[in-house]
Design a protein around this ligand. Structure first.
Ligand code: TA6
Length: 292
């Protein structure tokens, strides 16, 4: 169906009432609602939904690079391109009846900047309990025998009631690269993360499971990931927020990015090889009390 600015989007619905919406522009998930109709992802009220700008919020897909270096646009081009729907998807094992497969293949223009052939298949699925499952399969289809190397992230914006009452569990004592300190490598302290200022850290070698506890909503987001060893944690806070035209001044209070990623050790694929990166998100009631 048609979304904002007439962009095509697909709506997924599972029997108990959870829904998800994914735009063909960027294969960008912009909504994930539980069976009470509560929106679990953050999308800025100033998001532009206008190519070639990425949509501010939801789950931007960062490929073939995370971050900014070289000639590629920040976080790569995948999130700024139109993907197509695979109407006859392969029967991959999936415990979901409500899913869509989106495909991205290189354009002539992109081949100039990143001279590789690939097939990128993203499956977005709603599980029977309302979990949101994202599976990326990226295959090197170079005919010239050339391998290619990439980094990747599901740049997920979670909706939180109040960032100052959020904790993240699972990243304690890990090493991270601090984007605010020129990617300096440090080690995280020994207990759950809390937030009182801008944060932009790439945690390396993270566990399969990471939890984001929202005190006010008594809700915990659980990320389960496979093939994605790193996790980026980002909140722009007030000063950085004011520099972003597609982000409301106070919106930093109601969002947190925790991004399943592969950044520390880029992936290299030979022709014919395929990489798979799986992320499963669930939102469960939690009796978390801040300060515990
Ligand atoms: O994921 C954190 C980050 O790399 C930050 O440095 C910030 O740039 C953020 O991504 C948003 O990037 P974007 O290109 O979407 O504005």
């Amino acid at each position: 169906c048609k979304g904002i600015n007439g962009l095509d989007k697909v709506v997924l619905r599972e029997p108990r009432g959870s829904t998800a919406e994914v735009y063909l522009y960027g294969a960008h998930v912009t909504s994930w609602k539980n069976d009470h109709g509560e929106e679990l992802l953050f999308v800025s009220s100033k998001a532009m939904f206008k190519p070639p700008k990425a949509i501010r919020g939801g789950i931007p897909v960062c490929f073939p690079q995370f971050g900014s270096h070289g000639s590629l646009e920040q976080h790569g081009f995948a999130r700024n391109r139109f993907w197509s729907i695979d109407t006859d998807p392969p029967p991959f094992p999936t415990n979901s009846k409500s899913f869509i497969d989106l495909i991205l293949k290189p354009s002539e223009e992109d081949m100039q900047k990143w001279p590789h052939s690939y097939e990128f298949r993203l499956r977005v699925a709603l599980g029977t309990g309302g979990d949101l499952m994202l599976t990326s399969r990226i295959r090197n289809t170079n005919a010239d025998g050339k391998p290619f190397t990439f980094t990747f992230a599901y740049h997920t914006y979670f909706s939180v009631s109040d960032i100052s009452e959020v904790r993240v569990e699972g990243l304690e004592t890990l090493d991270y690269l601090d984007n605010l300190q020129n990617k300096e490598r440090s080690t995280e302290q020994g207990d759950a993360l809390t937030f009182e200022s801008e944060v932009d850290k790439i945690y390396l070698g993270t566990p399969t499971k990471i939890a984001i506890l929202d005190h006010e909503k008594k809700r915990t987001f659980v990320l389960r990931k496979d093939g994605l060893p790193d996790a980026v944690v980002w909140n722009p806070w007030d000063k950085k927020a004011k520099t972003m035209a597609d982000f409301g001044d106070d919106e930093y209070k109601h969002m947190l990015c925790v991004e399943a990623a592969v950044v520390g050790k880029p992936i290299t694929l030979k022709p014919g090889e395929e990489w798979k990166g799986r992320l499963e998100l669930s939102a469960v009631p939690s009796s978390y009390c801040s300060g515990q």
